[in-house]
Design a protein. Sequence first.
Length: 135
Amino acid sequence: MKQHYHGSCQCGKIKLTAAVQSLEMGLCHCRSCRKMNAGPVFILDAGFGKDILFEGLEHITVYSSSERMERGFCSHCGTTVYSRLVQPDFYEIPVDIFDNLPENELTISKEFFCSSQPEYYHFVEKGQRFETFPQ
Ligand SMILES: [Zn+2]
Ligand SMILES: [Zn+2]
């Protein structure tokens, strides 16, 4: 069942509400995610743009990190608040943005860009591993 969760950036100028389908997280090891988030990023599928409610949209700077992907971050505090697959306008939201998730119910379901994972970290829990991002 879809649950609505509330999130915010570090400074609080951006707030969002998203209907999260499942508490099964994706984990991305790609260089781009690691640079922008200072580490591998845990994400939840948050659905299409029309279903996400943003407050403080004027504070979001959008950066195209690849042809397929855009990232939105707070112009004040730098928090990455989403990654968006441009086609079909699908949003992935970093788990740590959310303020009211039942954190102990989260599981790692899938891991992306495992070919880019460095050897200096490992997680106890493992998801289904993909070399890149499944098409
Ligand atoms: Zn902020
Ligand atoms: Zn990534």
